[in-house]
Design a protein around this ligand. Structure first.
Ligand code: HEC
Ligand code: HEC
Ligand code: HEC
Length: 165
């Protein structure tokens, strides 16, 4: 847990000129759950789920990082990066003041239906070696599945074994 906290404190989502902060649950807990459920418990179960007990040292964290990141990417890709979109939206981006590379890539994303996490891995945490390969694996895996709508909330809830209040 310390590992993630330290890395995240170095990023613009922690400190920036406008003073808006994205906290763990902003990126990791679907919005509607925050009202219905105990968000804290969910955040922990959501991200660390069954591996929590096995991570006691930074070395062990690194051993499992790619696997955990892969689980997060799968959810973000499946939800069309919904948690990012609670704060950011292509519709409100002024491409005339964004640097050219960003504006061009965002136009391409709109045209081709790409989602935030397709290009923005590692915005809050360090990335494990081989992360792009693993990300491509996630994309292929999702593409091979029958489409279930934006996100399988019921499936995830039952996987986590939680009850709504
Ligand atoms: C709670 C609101 C919030 C959420 C959720 C959020 N962001 Fe941000 N994001 C911000 C703010 C605020 C900034 C900093 C803007 C500034 O520079 O003042 C920022 C900056 C950024 C930047 C530019 C700075 C950089 O790191 O290079 C990127 C890229 C970005 N966010 C992507 C994402 C993605 C991808 C997600 C989802 C995984 C996400 N954000 C989720 C609020 C949010
Ligand atoms: C096709 C790849 C691609 C996709 C998809 C994409 N981005 Fe970007 N984005 C970039 C690149 C490249 C940059 C410029 C370099 C950087 O900051 O990483 C950028 C920059 C940004 C910035 C900083 C802009 C600035 O002027 O400082 C933010 C914020 C951002 N992206 C958010 C998002 C969000 C939110 C989404 C999803 C709604 C998204 N991006 C989807 C490639 C992409
Ligand atoms: C701005 C959005 C954002 C914030 C804020 C954020 N995360 Fe993440 N988190 C991500 C993304 C995206 C991933 C997927 C891996 C990657 O691309 O870095 C991730 C991955 C993880 C992982 C999997 C292991 C890893 O390192 O990739 C854990 C655990 C985690 N986050 C916990 C946390 C905790 C705890 C906090 C608060 C201290 C936090 N996150 C804050 C976006 C965020």
């Amino acid at each position: 847990m310390e590992t993630n906290l330290g890395e995240y404190r170095e990023t613009v989502h922690y400190n920036n000129h406008s003073g808006v902060r994205a906290i763990c649950s902003d990126c990791h807990v679907p919005h509607e759950w925050q009202y219905k459920m105990k968000a804290k418990i969910m955040a922990v179960k959501d991200v660390y789920h069954e591996v929590l007990g096995t991570i006691s040292t930074p070395e062990k964290y690194e051993e499992r990082r790619l696997e955990m990141a892969s689980a997060v990417w799968t959810k973000m890709k499946a939800s069309d990066s919904r948690e990012c979109r609670n704060c950011h939206a292509f519709e409100y981006m002024d491409f005339t003041i964004q640097e050219t590379r960003a504006a061009q890539n965002h136009q391409k994303a709109i045209d081709t239906g790409m989602t935030c996490i397709d290009c923005h891995q590692g915005i809050a945490h360090d990335l494990a070696p081989g992360y792009l390969e693993e990300y491509n694996h996630v994309v292929k895996k999702l593409a091979a599945q029958p489409h279930q709508g934006p996100i399988d909330v019921a499936g995830i809830k039952s996987f986590l074994g939680t009850q709504s209040e």
